[in-house]
Ligand binder design. Structure first.
Ligand SMILES: Nc1ncnc2c1ncn2[C@@H]1O[C@H](COP(=O)(O)OP(=O)(O)OP(=O)(O)O)[C@@H](O)[C@H]1O
Ligand SMILES: Nc1nc2c(c(=O)[nH]1)N=C(CO)CN2
Length: 169
């Protein structure tokens, strides 16, 4: 199966750049696009350090479940410990959306909900995604929406807080 996945990665503990770079490196030849590096205030109400975030687009011979397994492996390699929900972490990699044969996979399986149910609310996912795919569209429970429109619907202060800080390098 060949599929196309949008992945979001974030880090706010330790060497944030190295953690994000590990995602790009693991994708290797499957990597199609990588956003710049964004510094973003914590989303979700837990007081913690700012995150570094990237959004990437990849294509490869993976099922949706295999994209999730890759994300989990990368989190484990970064010695991620799960403590507080939406709390600090060395590396968080989420599957934002997967297309198979040009069709978006929609699933309400709690192990792998697709598209990611909170992606449409997160400037730290959408703004970097828009940078690499200005025409991107996201399936939501209200219908398919242009990512640009989703960004316009977010709190402008939240969008402004997502600051591009050059390339990941
Ligand atoms: N689209 C998805 N991408 C990544 N994980 C998902 C997805 N849908 C469901 N999950 C499940 O969510 C579980 C918890 O994920 P995680 O610890 O990254 O959550 P979180 O980062 O605290 O919150 P959020 O899901 O809001 O980003 C994972 O073990 C995974 O099975
Ligand atoms: N800005 C930002 N906020 C977050 C992030 C993240 O990657 N970026 N990840 C979280 C983990 O669930 C919780 N909050």
């Amino acid at each position: 199966m060949t599929s196309r996945a949008v992945l979001s990665a974030g880090s706010n503990i330790g060497d944030r750049h190295a953690h994000l770079r590990s995602v790009v490196e693991a994708l290797g030849a499957d990597l199609r696009r990588v956003s710049g590096l964004y510094l973003t205030p914590p989303w979700g109400g837990v007081e913690q350090d700012d995150f570094a975030n990237i959004t990437v687009v990849a294509e490869g011979a993976r099922t949706p479940r295999e994209w999730l397994e890759l994300c989990r492996r990368l989190e484990e390699s970064a010695q991620r410990v799960r403590e507080v929900r939406w709390g600090p972490r060395t590396l968080d990699v989420d599957v934002v959306s997967v297309d198979v044969d040009g069709e978006t996979v929609v699933s309400d399986d709690p192990e792998l909900t697709l598209p990611h149910p909170r992606a449409a609310d997160r400037a730290f996912v959408l703004v970097p995604w828009l940078e690499v795919e200005p025409q991107a569209r996201l399936w939501t429970s209200d219908g398919v929406r242009a990512v640009a429109d989703l960004v316009s619907a977010l709190d402008p202060a939240e969008v402004a807080g997502v600051r591009r800080a050059g390339e990941l390098g």
